[in-house]
Design a protein around this ligand. Structure first.
Ligand SMILES: Nc1ncnc2c1ncn2[C@@H]1O[C@H](COP(=O)(O)OP(=O)(O)O)[C@@H](O)[C@H]1O
Ligand SMILES: [Mg+2]
Length: 709
């Protein structure tokens, strides 16, 4: 594969970045942190869609300042076997597309599937050998021996043999060990002794009982039995009917006699009552007359009493006169009034002149008086005295007046009461004179009432006798009709009794059925036992089948176990992994040597079976790689990187060298510059594509094309 152009947007710190990859060495140059490695990461993301760092999510590749919902994307144009391809992935890994010749894919999974085929090397090789930081791969050579072994295992893939061995051990431990044979023997014995022989015997017995039951006419026998039993029931019913009829007819005689007796009683009572009727009517008429007389007598007595009370009222004395003459009383009032009037001039004089001086005319004598206030004082005394006197007279007159009013009212009331009494008395006397003096004979009324009551009693007796008579007659009629119905039923039952089976026929039918029932019960019992035995047989056969399968499985398991054991031995660290490691190491050592020669290194190198790395210098002397100088280490590191690439990933066609000069001081950098010239020649010779990422400006001379970031 050859990379042609990578365009990234919103990827890590790159808003927009396009890197062209012409043939030969492309150098990506720039200060630390500018985004060189991230540009390579973008290529890697386009190819396999991963984040490039353990513990980093793909999402983290999105430019941190990108707007929400805006996803970074990488587009990579490449060429594979003369066909151009274009792959585009979005950082949120929601979408991806690929176009490669005829192939077109538009989903992440489809793109991944196709890319796996197009790349042609395992994804893991791509990660561990092509895109790995140079420092990380170099370190394998200079690690502590124990860690080195692990890294070589990873590189050579022998770690999977180790894992496989552990897995096989677990599997072997899980395999079942079954004691099948003993169970098979036990089940077979049960089948041969307890199941099959009784099954055969019972089947035979079942056939013989079934044959005996064949041809037995059950219906005919059941019919005989049913008929016989019905006849017995009918016989019972007939006996009951007979008893009932006898009871109805024998009890009827006294009842008939009783009816006749009652009839006689009813006739007698009727005769007697008809004789008594006129006497009773007469007594009732008299009684009603007597009743009227009693009521008139009671009215008369009431009115008499009332008349006496009214006469008492009339006899009451008239009210006593107070001895006051109305005319005199009114004249007194008038005289008092005129005296009060005569006093008025003096009173007004007092009001006007009280405390006054000078001469005034006297209102009574009409003479001039010189000392008005004296006269006023005199008049005042006089007015006061007269007023007291007038008040006493006025009081007396008023008392007399009210006594007179009371008297007149009493007289009026008395007159009215006596007038009413007189009027009522007159009307009472009128009524009394029309009633005349009435008398009432209670004894006669009593005698008459007895006659009437006696008659009513007799009528009641007659009614009772008649009621009883009609009740008995109805009862007798009911009994007769019942007797008739019963007799009819007897006739129909007797008809049913014709052609009844004999007791002997009945007994034979019954015995036959009993015999069949016991045969059937036996058959049922046999069938039950057969059912159980067959079930058990089925279960045993099933279990035997299972055990047989299990035996087969156990055989397979045994083989599998054997295989596992052998595979485990094979995969043991001392066996297959060692073989593989040795084989890889042989090839790797040849390759390393080739590159060291290519780079003009003054030493050779060999990785031994125990994974120690030893270097040989021409003047003799062997030393371990850790002892090499910084510059020599870089040369060995690059040779090792190319050797590994050649061994495992040469088919890919391109390689990335990220920071080959990391942690080197200047003179050592110089040795890298020199090596890179050899690398350049090699790259041009082989046609492989190399991308070098570096912050070291001096390496630019070795690049065919430089991208500055
Ligand atoms: N998603 C991202 N958005 C913005 N910057 C990022 C993002 N991921 C990594 N970076 C920045 O990239 C820088 C490292 O870039 P890198 O390519 O490794 O540098 P160098 O050029 O030394 O190889 C870090 O400083 C980090 O802040
Ligand atoms: Mg870097």
């Amino acid at each position: 594969m050859r990379l042609k152009r990578m365009s990234a947007s919103n990827f890590c710190q790159h808003r927009e970045l396009t890197v062209e990859f012409p043939p030969g060495i492309t150098g990506i140059l720039g200060p630390n942190g500018v985004g060189k490695s991230n540009a390579i990461k973008a290529v890697r993301f386009a190819l396999i869609g991963d984040s490039g760092n353990a513990g980093t999510k793909v999402d983290d590749l999105n430019w941190q300042a990108a707007a929400a919902g805006e996803s970074g994307a990488v587009e990579l144009v490449f060429e594979q076997s003369g066909t151009e391809g274009k792959i585009k992935r979005f950082v949120n890994n929601a979408r991806a597309s690929l176009k490669f010749g005829e192939i077109k894919a538009n989903s992440v999974s489809a793109v991944n599937r196709h890319m796996g085929t197009i790349l042609g090397i395992p994804e893991r090789t791509l990660k561990d050998i092509v895109f790995v930081m140079q420092g990380a791969i170099e370190s394998i050579l200079f690690e502590r021996p124990a860690d080195r072994a692990k890294k070589f295992q990873g590189l050579f893939g022998t770690e999977s043999a180790e894992r496989l061995r552990d897995f096989l051990l677990q599997e072997v431990n899980k395999l079942p060990t079954a004691d099948v044979d003993e169970r098979v023997e036990r089940l077979q014995k049960e089948l041969d002794v307890d199941v099959d022989p009784p099954l055969r015997e019972l089947t035979k017995k079942q056939a013989s009982v079934a044959a005996a039951l064949k041809g037995f006419d059950r219906d005919a026998r059941e019919a005989v039995i049913a008929k016989f039993e019905t006849a017995v029931q009918i016989g019972q019913q007939l006996t009951e009917l007979n008893e009932r009829i006898i009871m109805l007819t024998t009890n009827v005689t006294p009842e008939v006699a009783h009816v006749a007796e009652l009839q006689q009683q009813a006739d007698d009572a009727e005769k007697e009552t008809s004789q008594l009727t006129s006497r009773a009517d007469e007594a009732r008429a008299k009684l009603s007359n007597l009743d009227a007389a009693r009521r008139a007598h009671e009215t008369y007595e009431q009115l008499r009493g009332e008349a006496e009370k009214l006469e008492d009222v009339l006899r009451q004395p008239v009210p006593m006169s107070p001895g006051i003459d109305r005319e005199k009383l009114e004249a007194g009032f008038e005289a008092l009034h005129s005296m009060k009037v005569t006093l008025e001039p003096k009173r007004s004089f007092v009001e006007t002149f009280k405390g006054g001086q000078g001469t005034v005319q006297c209102p009574t004598c009409l003479q001039d008086v010189h000392e008005a206030d004296q006269l006023a004082a005199q008049f005042e005394a006089e007015v006061a005295q007269k007023t007291t006197e007038f008040a006493a007279v006025d009081q007396q007159l008023r008392e007399g007046s009210s006594a007179l009013v009371e008297y007149e009212r009493d007289v009026e009331l008395d007159c009215a009461r006596k007038d009413t009494a007189r009027e009522r008395l007159q009307s009472v006397h009128g009524t009394l004179s029309t009633l005349g003096v009435t008398t009432y004979d209670g004894a006669e009324a009593g005698a008459l009432q007895i006659v009437v009551d006696d008659f009513s009693g007799k009528l009641m007796v007659l009614k009772n006798v008649r009621d009883e008579l009609s009740r008995l007659q109805v009862e007798l009629a009911r009994k007769k009709s019942e007797c008739r119905t019963l007799e009819e039923r007897q006739c129909s039952l007797r008809e049913q009794l014709q052609d009844r089976p004999t007791a002997d026929q009945y007994k034979r039918a019954k015995d036959g059925l009993e015999m069949v029932a016991s045969a059937e019960a036996e058959l049922g019992n046999i069938e039950g036992q057969l059912y159980q035995l067959r079930n058990r047989r089925g279960a045993i056969l099933k279990e035997l089948e299972l055990l047989k399968q299990q035996t087969e499985k156990t055989e397979a398991v045994k083989k599998y176990k054997d295989l596992c054991e052998r595979a485990r031995t094979l995969f043991h660290r001392d066996c297959l992994p060692l073989t593989v490691t040795r084989a890889f190491l042989a090839s790797l050592n040849v390759k390393i040597q080739e590159y060291l020669t290519l780079f003009g290194a003054p030493f050779s190198c060999q990785i031994k079976d125990d994974l120690t790395v030893s270097c040989n210098f021409p003047g003799g002397g062997e030393q371990s790689a850790e002892r090499l100088s910084g510059g020599q280490r870089v040369v060995l590191g690059i040779a090792f990187r190319f050797a590994v690439y050649q061994l495992f990933a040469a088919d890919l066609g391109f390689m990335v060298l990220d920071e080959p000069t990391a942690f080197l001081d200047d003179d050592r950098v110089q040795s890298v510059v020199e090596v890179m010239q050899s690398v350049r020649r090699y790259v041009h010779q082989t046609g492989m594509q190399l991308i070098v990422v570096t912050h070291e400006v001096e390496l630019v001379a070795a690049f065919d094309h430089t991208v500055r970031l």
